[in-house]
Design a protein around this ligand. Structure first.
Ligand code: MN
Length: 539
């Protein structure tokens, strides 16, 4: 099952979030094998929030970007090893799979990653020229060598080298002396055992036996263990009783977060000598990554609705698979590798296109989806008054209204727009940014914000503040020209505020004061204003 995100444009408006939701519902019916997730790639303005609240609709979740993340390649720990457990247990882990790292826990908490390099280093050291000294926890001896503890002794861990008793008693006495700090691995030989006890060696492992008789251990302070394993096998296991934590590299500490970018984590690993890194979600350890996780880069699958330009889309779209585009704007779409469904129609709302797709597939949207689609159409067409409105929009609106029980479209629309903001109640920069679209025309970087309000009042009092805010937003966004279109929905007119720019004089609208234009009957940014702006840029 693939996950496919459906997103509208940045600074999401009603049409954008409503079409993303409704299209995800349709796709889930048509293609139940995959998971369609509606998202929004920007935050909602207060007005949009109130409008959605008014129809009882929860907006799609926010998704910041579609760059591949650590979470997309992370390995979940199938096997973990306790830091105190014997190295011998790693044999089982490595016989099941060949991990380059194994997560190590201590008392249930993440402790570190053990890598194959740690194991190699330990085996090489064990077989180097110097006689190795082992840290042998007595608990581990009993767990991996079958047998019985005869004396527990005082030490929890024996720090000792190993001696095998394979000689006659007189030779043995020259090897094991009062200061000998080795664990002796020996057969069940009474006089040899008594000598080892007398010399006070830290431990004695008696092999090839099911019972040691007639030896007095009562004054002995060391550890004594009997096993029916042969000497060679007992010795082999004894060396691997050392704790896993003892062989782990001290170079722990580097870590990544679940939400870190794939590229950043890959570079971090590539620039280190580590085989893997632990992955955390906040402070919680959730898994790990190894170099193998980065052999191929995953791609997110995305459907674009209500936009098709990469600059208006979710961050990371250039690295994603665009698998469909459903839109009603001018086309400036990114190239794709594969043929895709590209449904761009000059209709009043993307929600109309989505409804038309329901009809083409012989489906009827459920009540909530119908209301959501209707809301998208009514808002984007300014209650079916915008010149972008077509007969198809009107037809869809009427059909959807009858499904969700809306009797009067005009009063439904007036009610919706009554929730949008009034200019004086808002911060000018928030208004400019909340529905801002960027374009490049003739090499000039421009952006146009639009704000729909029920009735345009107070403009004289507010225009200077707004013009000042426009200039600040223009500078901070690195734009050549920035405009705000304030649309009076109920009267069906707009006013355009512009930053000072040589092209503004070429606009055909009537100047009502400095940098303020009257646009009677203009309701559509994309169909009426944008072509006019692009024309001004070219002339
Ligand atoms: Mn739209």
């Amino acid at each position: 099952m693939k996950t496919i995100y459906i997103t509208g444009h940045r600074n999401p408006d009603i049409d954008s979030v409503c079409s993303a939701y409704a299209y995800s519902r349709l796709k889930s019916i048509l293609d139940p094998a995959n998971k369609y997730v509606p998202v929004r790639c920007g935050h909602l303005s207060e007005g949009v929030k109130r409008q959605l609240q008014a129809i009882g609709f929860q907006a799609p979740m926010y998704l910041e970007d579609v760059y591949p993340k650590v979470s997309d390649v992370m390995l979940k720990p199938e096997v973990v090893v306790d830091s105190e457990s014997p190295i011998y247990n790693l044999v089982n882990v490595y016989s099941m799979n060949q991990p380059s790292v194994v997560p190590v826990v201590h008392e249930g908490q993440y402790y570190g990653l053990l890598s194959v390099d740690d194991i190699t280093r330990w085996f090489l050291k064990d077989n180097s020229v110097a006689i190795p000294v082992y840290e042998l926890p007595v608990r581990n001896i009993a767990s991996i060598i079958p047998g019985k503890v005869i004396c527990r002794g005082k030490q929890q861990v024996l720090n000792a080298s190993l001696i095998v008793d394979a000689t006659g008693l007189s030779k043995f006495k020259t090897i094991v002396q009062p200061n000998t700090s080795s664990v002796v691995v020996m057969g069940n030989r009474k006089d040899h055992i008594e000598h080892a006890i007398k010399m006070g060696v830290p431990g004695i492992i008696i092999t090839n036996t099911n019972g040691v008789k007639d030896v007095d251990f009562s004054n002995y302070k060391g550890f004594v263990y009997q096993t029916n394993l042969g000497t060679a096998e007992a010795l082999r296991r004894l060396r691997m009783t050392a704790c896993v934590k003892n062989i782990m590299s001290s170079k722990q500490g580097a870590e990544v977060q679940l939400s870190d970018l794939f590229d950043d984590a890959r570079d971090m690993l590539a620039n280190s000598s580590l085989r893997g890194l632990p992955v955390f979600d906040g402070s919680q350890w959730v898994g790990f990554i190894t170099r193998r996780c980065f052999l191929s880069k995953p791609k997110y699958n995305v459907i674009l609705v209500d936009h098709n330009e990469a600059s208006q889309s979710i961050h990371g779209i250039e690295e994603a698979n665009i698998i469909e585009v459903i839109d009603h704007h001018r086309v400036d779409a990114p190239k794709t590798d594969m043929p895709i469904l590209f449904d761009v129609e000059p209709l009043g709302s993307t929600c109309t296109i989505v409804h038309q797709q329901y009809l083409r597939n012989g489906l009827i949207p459920d009540t909530l989806t119908a209301k959501v689609l209707l809301t998208g159409i009514i808002c984007d067409t300014m209650i079916l008054k915008s010149p972008t409105t077509t007969d198809i929009d009107i037809g869809s609106a009427n059909q959807l209204a009858s499904i969700c029980g809306v009797v009067d479209l005009d009063s439904f629309g007036r009610e919706l727009f009554s929730h949008s903001e009034s200019l004086s109640a808002l911060d000018p920069k928030t208004v400019i940014n909340s529905d801002l679209k960027s374009y490049t025309g003739n090499g000039v970087k421009i952006a146009v914000g639009q704000c729909a309000i029920p009735v345009l009042r107070d403009l004289d009092a507010l225009k200077d503040v707004y013009l000042e805010a426009l200039e600040e937003v223009r500078l901070s966004n690195g734009l050549n020209w920035l405009m705000l279109m304030v649309t009076d929905v109920l009267r069906g007119d707009s006013v355009l505020l512009s930053t000072p720019c040589k092209y503004e004089k070429k606009l055909s609208y009537q100047l009502i004061s400095d940098h303020v234009f009257s646009m009677p009957g203009v309701l559509s940014r994309k169909k009426q204003l944008l072509p006019e702006i692009l024309h001004a840029l070219r002339s």
